[in-house]
Design a protein around this ligand. Structure first.
Ligand SMILES: Nc1ncnc2c1ncn2[C@@H]1O[C@H](COP(=O)(O)OP(=O)(O)OP(=O)(O)O)[C@@H](O)[C@H]1O
Length: 554
């Protein structure tokens, strides 16, 4: 299929902000695509070439792309950077520059979707010596076949920012409409497989029955079930009737899979961290049966009997060398709290049964693998939940979880079946999309971050606030370096970056604000911590901010 056909769709998608119109356009297109090409078309329209469960990234920075554009267009890298700054968007700049390029008359072959898909997938696999050159070769290979309009989207796609306003929600609805299946079934298949390309193909080939058969597979990570905030412990338990309350540990959420003899550890953003935690792998090997399973838990670090701050945990996880030394310095304990698969999928079992199974298969060992501390509560003994909360906080943990014992495991959904209650006020997880360099001595550091929330409907990122406090100098320096690596634009002191760094932001209140595209802003925002354990989909939504605002002001 010619890439220009997909580009024509992108143009139409970009020209409307209406969700229903986008779903119409997309569903019509999907229903006409050859089924073998569906995965490529679906993923590329989401701005990627990898399914959600994959941890692969293209790893092509701004500079590398500019270099490739320069080779193909014959225009100097400086001029290209200037043009990008002027247009404020790499795609628009590429389109204009490609209109002028000298070689344009030599294009003989049309660029195809297959070629773009294959080349970009190859780009991600390149590592080691000469990686940059080989990446550039693959990119120039496709970019040189691109007409101006194609270059617009191709360059954006390479920076993983397609900007056509299609998020996973719209894509799911479009798949449902194109192949006439219930959106709920599409959603479930997506949550279980984490691969909308596969879901589209199965919906097309096998319809509802095929989608229903898609299930969990050890080895393929699944989106975790998320929690809403409880208004109060009492209210939450009264509403649930009966609840399992557990200590909320402040660590790294992990999903541990065993397939045959291999144990793999994923974070909640489905990143494979097995190599960083050999101690956990070893402990799990001893604590659980040698059968296929998927269990979930929280890893915390303990020093002198107290949990250590989250930041140190991430630091240990990211270490590539001297892992054994780090294990001695920061010993990890795993608190298991759920089982999703044990010889068979268990997500449709009620939580009460899953917990029983978890208890029956786990040989706990203090300080290594334990089960989350749990009390069973009804309206008669709410005190026990309050007591658990108090003791958890005193022991240095975050609060408690309040879970419905009758609920199935609902992947990827932040629902009412699992609640959290913390000692500290609510925060927002927001993604950095830009920043400003400081003044004087700090002129070389990005000191203020423009953070954005996600629009649930369109997947677009909408600015919410500038955050300028909460980080020490070392962290500022480190963040500045990271931002410079993912920079997509620079104008004076202002830079724009790819949406990759997520910050947890505390604030005094949410206010309405015409100044920010989200329509809201935060008073006295402070960075609480960097959330490298989260991915773009975990970023808080404008809709959540709106509902938090309304809760307060009605
Ligand atoms: N016993 C437990 N049961 C379930 N989750 C737990 C437990 N202890 C700690 N957690 C952690 O609490 C999180 C639940 O809150 P939520 O789903 O909202 O994630 P989050 O956005 O990371 O929230 P937070 O920032 O409050 O940790 C889980 O993701 C998990 O990491």
């Amino acid at each position: 299929m010619k890439y220009i056909k997909l580009v024509e769709l992108y143009e139409k998608l970009e020209s409307t902000t209406k969700k229903l119109k986008k779903i119409d356009l997309l569903s019509k297109f999907l229903s006409e695509v050859d089924k073998e090409l569906l995965p490529a078309v679906v993923l590329m329209t989401l701005g990627t070439v990898f399914p959600g469960w994959s941890e692969k990234e293209l790893g092509v920075g701004f500079k590398l792309l500019v270099k490739a554009m320069s080779i193909v267009s014959g225009i100097s890298a400086n001029k290209i950077e200037e043009k990008i700054a002027e247009e404020g968007d790499v795609g628009l700049a590429a389109e204009k520059l490609f209109k002028k390029r000298r070689q344009v008359t030599f294009i003989t072959q049309p660029l195809t979707v297959e070629k773009v898909y294959t080349n970009l997938k190859k780009v991600a696999d390149i590592t080691g010596e000469g990686a940059q050159t080989r990446k550039i070769n693959l990119i120039t290979d496709i970019l040189s076949l691109a007409k101006p309009k194609e270059a617009k989207y191709l360059t954006r796609m390479i920076l993983e920012e397609l900007r056509v306003g299609v998020g996973e929600g719209i894509m799911r609805d479009a798949i449902a409409k194109a192949f006439k299946v219930d959106p709920k079934i599409v959603e479930r298949a997506h949550m279980l497989t984490n691969d909308l390309g596969l879901v589209a193909k199965v919906a097309c080939e096998k319809g509802v029955e095929g989608l229903k058969q898609l299930s969990l597979k050890p080895g393929r990570p699944v989106k975790p079930m998320l929690a809403q905030t409880a208004p109060s412990i009492k209210k939450a338990i009264e509403e649930m009737g009966k609840a399992f309350c557990e200590t909320k540990y402040d660590g790294i959420r992990v999903q541990i899979h065993r397939k045959n003899s291999e144990i793999v550890v994923f974070t909640r953003r489905l990143e494979n961290i097995t190599n960083a935690v050999p101690d956990i792998v070893d402990a799990v090997e001893k604590a659980l049966p040698k059968k296929d399973f998927i269990v979930e838990g929280e890893i915390i670090g303990v020093k002198n009997g107290r949990p250590i701050p989250f930041q140190y945990l991430l630091h240990r996880i990211r270490r590539k060398y001297e892992i054994e030394k780090a294990i001695k310095e920061i010993p990890f304990t795993l608190f298991l709290f759920d089982v999703l698969y044990f010889e068979n999928p268990l997500i449709d079992e009620k939580f009460e049964n899953r917990r029983k199974i978890l208890e029956s298969i786990t040989k706990t060992k203090e300080g290594k693998v334990e089960l989350s501390r749990k009390v069973e509560v009804t309206c008669e003994n709410i005190d026990d939940a309050e007591k658990l909360f108090k003791e958890s906080i005193e022991a240095g943990h975050e609060g408690i979880m309040i879970k419905d014992p009758n609920a199935p495991y609902i992947p990827g959904i932040r629902g009412k079946k699992m609640l959290k209650y913390k000692a500290e006020p609510e925060t927002l997880d927001l993604v950095v999309i830009g920043g400003d360099y400081g003044e004087g001595k700090r002129a070389h550091l990005v000191g203020s971050y423009l953070v954005a929330a996600r629009d649930e409907d369109t997947g677009e990122l909408k600015p919410v606030a500038h955050v300028a406090t909460g980080l020490d100098d070392d962290t500022l320096k480190n963040l500045t370096e990271r931002m410079e690596r993912i920079m997509v634009n620079k104008k004076g002191k202002k830079i724009e970056v790819e949406p990759k760094i997520i910050l947890e932001v505390a604030f005094s209140e949410i206010v309405k604000s015409p100044e920010y595209e989200s329509g809201y802003s935060l008073r006295f925002p402070v960075v609480k911590r960097i959330r490298d354990d989260l991915s773009l989909e975990d970023v808080d939504t404008v809709q959540r901010i709106e509902s938090m605002y309304k809760k307060k002001f009605g």
